[in-house]
Design a protein around this ligand. Structure first.
Ligand code: IPD
Length: 257
């Protein structure tokens, strides 16, 4: 497919980079092209379906999640990695009907890792079933964290406080720079939990289903139910682990999507 070729070819080429909310919130013409190709392709088959896309939203389109079939799309999650040629970048696509996620797809076209899930039918990597680690103890867990793309002082303080706190509690912390791939690592059992404040619906909609279908849990970082529009996410290999993590995290409440 043409949009996959774009990511594969352009990742190692020089790109013109624009910024969005701040100096480290990047976008390229390729993010915009991939999103347009995806939306045009899906619309031609399903003309009544609606879309929430990262780049359409940046260009001013209002975000509205209704009961109508809605595709939530991040054309290039890990844009910073894509810009630098770091091969941890992916396309993240979820289909929600009646606000419930039915399909989740996360594809890293560089490393050819295709994570898929359908509600009630399990999660898969390149067609083979995957399962979370089942780790229950925070002190033995490997946790995915992110700095995020905001340089808001208050938000950064919370990120740094959480990294400091976690360092003393867990086996280790890791950061891929692509939230959807972080969540897929939890689904795969390679990491035990992942959380972020200030993230957007398009970064987490597909990953949420993939983690749950792989046997994991997805909640609000304060312990309540996951809300795809809340810009807050915590997923883990077990509810025990998720609860331990939510108890020690310093919380941050960004404006909703
Ligand atoms: C970003 C990445 C990053 C996360 C940010 C996201 P983008 O998505 O997932 O890892 O920390 O919060 O915005 O901008 O590369 O699509």
């Amino acid at each position: 497919m043409f949009y996959l070729q774009i990511v594969r070819e352009k990742i190692y080429q020089r790109k013109d980079v624009l910024t969005k909310s701040c100096d480290v919130d990047l976008v390229t013409e390729w993010d915009q092209k991939v999103e347009k190709l995806l939306i045009d392709g899906i619309s031609s088959k399903y003309p009544d379906h609606r879309f929430i896309g990262e780049e359409s939203t940046s260009s001013g389109q209002k975000i509205e999640l209704t009961d109508a079939p809605t595709w939530i799309i991040d054309p290039i999650d890990g844009t910073m990695n894509f810009v630098h040629g770091l091969p941890y970048t992916c396309i993240s696509v979820a289909l929600l009907i009646n606000k419930i996620t039915e399909i989740g797809i996360v594809y890293n076209p560089i490393l050819e890792q295709l994570f898929t899930a359908r509600k009630g039918q399990g999660a898969f990597l390149n067609g083979a079933p995957i399962h979370v680690s089942n780790e229950k103890e925070l002190r033995k867990a490997l946790i995915m964290v992110e700095m995020g793309t905001s340089r808001n002082r208050e938000k950064l303080e919370v990120v740094l406080q959480n990294i400091t706190i976690l360092t003393t509690y867990v086996h280790g912390i890791r950061s891929f720079g692509a939230a959807a791939l972080n969540m897929c690592m939890v689904a795969l059992g390679g990491a035990d939990a992942s959380f972020e404040f200030g993230i957007h619906a398009w970064d987490i909609a597909a990953g949420d289903l993939i983690v749950r279908e792989a046997g994991g849990v997805s909640i609000d970082p304060a312990g309540g139910p996951f809300d795809v529009m809340s810009r807050r996410t915590l997923c883990a290999s077990s509810m025990e682990l998720a609860r331990q993590l939510s108890k020690i995290l310093v919380q941050y409440y960004p404006e909703r999507d």
